[in-house]
Design a protein around this ligand. Structure first.
Ligand SMILES: *Cc1c(COP(=O)(O)O)cnc(C)c1O
Length: 304
């Protein structure tokens, strides 16, 4: 029997009441743009991540792009990066990571991964840093934390910013601290198949910097300030009201769901470990895997 990789119907049956309650509240308020549902969603995510500010945006891709634009504006005083500004990232990620770097005006520089974790190799990262390097964009692939201690050390030593791509790692931790809270910004995706999925496209950015958060709120709203004045070229990239209602409902269950993923991963491990042709995921002690995907490596005959 074919087992679906993801069964959103089963999840919906379980969450029906919570989601309906939240959506009915939106219908009652009739505030469809940046209303109470978005505010509540942002606040509860901020509490969950223990971050000072969370800004909801239209997708995970926009979360990456707006993070980079805000960092350029606040830390470099420029609307976009220069074409020779280098931002180091991993080649082993979804295309959106490098796409965001290019759209923010900078040059994506790829550094190879650690073959055990599939994440950015900190040693190779250190070697790749040069005078043109502006920042680092680590990706916590499949839900596993990058080595944030070493990456942060390299960033600090060289005056580089960090934007974490947390699209696959909502709820994941490194040394007891939530992913997304190590860098200048943490960018999350609520694409339906992610650990915390909405009913369409949605994303958010967490940051401890009020300046960056204010800039993000302006950028997602056509670059408008609170008085309506347009200071920077922005986007229409607000978090949608209904998506916010769905995300708030699911957020209450994310730890429970991530624990269930952990249990499934443990079962896979029991049955797959010691098999000659299969390398199972590596689980470093310092990180709590959120198991967006359980990915194995095979020497040959992959499809079989
Ligand atoms: C899903 C994903 C994104 C993009 O998120 P969207 O919400 O689909 O725009 C970016 N980076 C990684 C690593 C992803 O897995």
């Amino acid at each position: 029997m074919a087992i679906p990789q993801l069964d959103l119907k089963a999840e919906y049956d379980y969450l029906k009441k919570d989601i309906s309650r939240n959506i009915n509240a939106c219908i009652k308020y009739q505030q469809w743009i940046l209303g109470p549902s978005v505010k509540e969603c942002e606040q509860s995510i901020a509490e969950y991540l223990k971050s000072r500010n969370v800004t909801g945006v239209a997708s995970g891709t926009d979360a990456l792009l707006l993070s980079l634009r805000a960092v350029a504006l606040i830390k470099k005083g420029r609307a976009y990066f220069r074409s020779d500004d280098e931002i180091i990232t991993t080649p082993f990620t979804f295309v959106a990571t490098a796409e965001a770097i290019a759209r923010a005006g900078a040059k994506p520089v790829f550094v190879d991964i650690d073959p055990d974790t599939y994440n950015l190799d900190p040693k190779a990262l250190e070697k790749a840093v040069n005078k043109k390097t502006a920042g680092i964009m680590p990706v916590h692939l499949y839900g596993l934390a990058c080595d944030m201690e070493r990456i942060s050390r390299v960033a600090k030593k060289n005056g580089l910013f960090i934007v974490e791509d947390c699209a696959q790692s909502f709820g994941g931790e490194y040394k007891g601290k939530k992913l997304g809270t190590f860098g200048d910004c943490g960018a999350f995706s609520f694409f339906p198949s992610k650990n915390l999925g909405s009913w369409g496209d949605a994303g958010c950015i967490c940051t401890d910097s009020k300046k960056i958060a204010d800039c993000l709120r302006s950028l997602r709203h056509h670059g408008q300030e609170k008085n309506g004045e347009v200071k920077n070229l922005g986007y229409n990239s607000r978090l949608d009201t209904i998506q916010a209602a769905v995300i708030s409902a699911k957020l209450k269950y994310i730890d429970q769901f991530n624990r269930a993923r952990k249990k499934v991963a443990k079962t896979y491990k029991q049955h797959l470990k010691g098999q000659k042709f299969i390398t199972i995921p590596f689980e470093p002690l310092e990180s709590s895997h959120s198991w967006a995907l359980y990915t194995v490596r095979v020497k040959a005959k992959r499809d079989k």
